[in-house]
Design a protein around this ligand. Structure first.
Ligand SMILES: Cc1cc2nc3c(=O)[nH]c(=O)nc-3n(C[C@H](O)[C@H](O)[C@H](O)COP(=O)(O)OP(=O)(O)OC[C@H]3O[C@@H](n4cnc5c(N)ncnc54)[C@H](O)[C@@H]3O)c2cc1C
Length: 327
C-alpha cells in the first residue's frame, strides 16, 4: 500500500445502525485444546448488571454488563461490500442466528474461520462447561466487533480489516456470498455511559466498527473528539451521526508502527474537564499504550476510560485481555 506521508484530515461521517455484542469465552486463537470457557449453564440474557465492585474497593464500573447465553453459530455470508480500500463489510445470516443478541457499541464475538472461505467451519463444542475443539479439529478464531444486528432481516454485520498476515485478514479478503463463518458469543453485552459531557476516541481500522457503533448511540449534544488512523484518504470509511472524525494517514508506514494516535491525543488534550467524559481506544496494542500514557497524564481516571489493544504487530491471535493489551 503506497501512500503519501502521514497526515491528518477531518471529515464528517455517514452510515447507520444499532447493536453489538461482547466477549465470548476464550475460543482459542489457533485451535489448540480448550477453545473457550463458558459455564455449561451460561446465564440467560438478563438486564441485571453482572459486574459490581465489592464494597470497600474501587467504585463500581460505570459500564453495565449484561450476561448473555453463549451460543456457537455457523453462519453464511449473504453480502460483501467494500468499506474504503482496506476494509470489507460482511453481512452474515442463516437459521442459527435465531436468538442472537447484542446491544453495546463494543460488543464482540469470536469469529471462527474455515480453512478456505467455502469450507465448513470447525467450531468448538461445550463439554463440561468448557468450549473445546472437537476431536481432530483445529478451530481458528479471532475477535470481531458486531457492527450491527438486524433481527428482522436476520443478519449480523462485521466490518473487517483486510490484510495478508493472518487467517482472518485473508478470509475477509476472499469472502463472498455463500462463504462460511462461525460466531461464538457474544458472552456479555457491555453498556458504557452515553450521557457524558464529552468523549475522546482513538482507533485504527480494527476499532472503526466500535467507533461507528458509538457514533450511532451518542447524542448530538455530546462533545466528541475522535481520531482514526488508516493508510490514506482512500481508506477512510463513512460514519453516521452528528460527530466528526479526524483521520490520521500513516502513508507508507506499516500498520501498527506509528505514534500518530498518541501524538494526536497529546496535541489535542481533552475535550472537557476530567471526570465528566469518557475515553475509548481500540487499536494496535503499542499504539494504545501510547494513547493510554497521554490520557493518564492528562488526569483521566481508569474509571472514565476503556482502552484495549485489539491486535499486536507480530503476534498471531493476540489476547486482548492480556496485560499487554490492557495495562
Ligand atoms: C474485542 C476485539 C474486537 C475486534 N473487532 C475487530 C473488527 O470489528 N474488525 C477488525 O478488522 N478487527 C477487529 N479486531 C482485531 C482482530 O481481531 C485482529 O486484527 C486479529 O489479529 C486478526 O486476525 P488475523 O488472523 O488476521 O491475524 P493474526 O493471525 O491474529 O495475526 C497475524 C499477523 O497479522 C498481523 N495483523 C493482525 N491484525 C492486523 C491488522 N488489522 N492489520 C494489519 N496486520 C494485522 C499481526 O502483525 C500478526 O503478526 C478486534 C479485536 C478485538 C480484541
Amino acid at each position: 500500500m503506497t501512500q503519501p506521508a502521514p497526515s491528518a484530515s477531518t471529515a464528517p461521517s455517514a452510515s447507520t445502525d444499532p447493536s453489538a455484542s461482547t466477549d465470548p469465552p476464550t475460543a482459542s486463537p489457533e485451535a489448540t485444546a480448550p477453545a473457550s470457557q463458558a459455564p455449561a449453564d451460561a446465564p440467560p440474557a438478563t438486564t441485571a448488571p453482572t459486574s459490581q465492585a465489592p464494597s470497600g474497593t474501587a467504585p463500581a464500573s460505570p459500564i453495565r454488563r449484561v450476561a448473555l447465553e453463549v451460543v456457537a453459530r455457523r453462519l453464511t455470508v449473504l453480502r460483501v461490500e467494500p468499506l474504503g480500500r482496506s476494509m470489507r463489510r460482511v453481512a452474515l445470516g442463516g437459521p442459527e442466528l435465531a436468538g442472537f443478541r447484542c446491544e453495546g457499541p463494543t460488543d464482540h464475538a469470536k469469529a471462527f474461520f474455515p480453512p478456505t472461505p467455502d469450507d465448513d467451519v470447525p467450531m468448538p463444542e461445550l463439554v463440561d462447561g468448557r468450549w473445546v475443539a472437537r476431536e481432530g479439529e483445529r478451530p481458528v478464531s479471532r475477535d470481531y466487533t458486531i457492527r450491527t444486528f438486524d433481527p428482522a432481516a436476520g443478519e449480523v454485520v462485521l466490518d473487517m480489516a483486510v490484510h495478508d498476515h493472518g487467517p482472518a485478514g485473508r478470509w475477509a479478503a476472499a469472502a463472498r456470498p455463500g462463504s462460511r463463518l462461525g460466531l461464538l458469543g457474544p458472552k456479555t453485552t457491555k453498556l458504557p455511559p452515553t450521557d457524558r459531557d464529552w468523549y475522546l476516541f482513538a482507533v485504527d481500522e480494527t476499532g472503526l466498527p466500535g467507533l461507528a457503533n458509538w457514533f450511532d448511540r451518542l447524542p448530538s449534544t455530546a462533545r466528541v473528539l475522535a481520531f482514526a488512523e488508516v493508510d490514506g484518504p482512500e481508506d477512510e470509511v463513512p460514519l453516521a451521526g452528528a460527530h466528526e472524525v479526524t483521520w490520521l494517514h500513516r502513508g507508507t508506514a506499516e500498520r501498527g508502527t506509528t505514534t500518530l494516535l498518541a501524538d494526536a491525543v497529546a496535541r489535542a488534550g481533552l475535550p472537557g474537564p476530567t471526570g465528566r467524559g469518557w475515553v475509548w481506544a481500540a487499536a494496535e496494542a503499542t499504539a494504545v499504550r501510547g494513547v493510554r500514557r497521554h490520557v493518564t497524564a492528562l488526569g483521566v481516571d481508569r474509571s472514565c476510560s476503556s482502552m484495549t489493544g485489539y491486535w499486536r504487530v507480530g503476534v498471531a491471535g493476540f489476547d486482548h485481555k492480556s496485560p499487554e493489551a490492557t495495562d
